[in-house]
Design a protein around this ligand. Sequence first.
Ligand SMILES: [Zn+2]
Length: 164
Amino acid sequence: MSEPAYVLDSTAFYAGIPYQGSGRYYTTYLVLEEVKHHNVGSSFIQTRVMVTEPSPESTNRVKTTAAKTGDLGALSQTDISLLALALDLKGADGGASLISDDFAVRNVAEVLSIPLAPTAMKGGEWKNITWKIYCRGCGKNYTNPKLVVCPVCGTQLVRKASNA
Ligand SMILES: [Zn+2]
C-alpha cells in the first residue's frame, strides 16, 4: 500500500496540517507565496512539502475545462496552479488527493477526474465538508448540489463549505 499523497491549498496551511501524519504533501509556488507572510508551518514546509511548478499543458487544460464549466471566473491563479499540479500528479505514483473546500476548485477537479480529499482542514482538524447552498436574492436554502440558479427567483446560487 502506498502512503497517501495530498495537494495542499493555502487554507490547509492556515488551518494547520497534520504534522505527525504520514503521507506525501505537495503544493505550488503560488500557494507558498500566499502562506509565507503568515509564517505558518515553515519547518514543516521545508522538510515535508514538495513544492512544484505545474506543467503549462495541465495549466491550459484546467483553464479550458473551467471555462466550460463556468468556474473560471471564480478561480484564482493559485487555484488554477493547484488543479494543474494535481492533474500532473494524477496517474503518477497513485496520484495525490486535492485538499480544498472551494466549490469551484472541487467542481473543476471532478470534471478532470482529479482525486479529491473528502475532508478539509478546519482549526487543525480534518472535517467532512458539507455544502450550504443558498440564494442571495430570496434567501432560500437548497440541498441539491446540482442546482446553479434559484428556481424561485432566478438568482445565481451561492455555495459555501460549512463544517458545522
Ligand atoms: Zn431565490
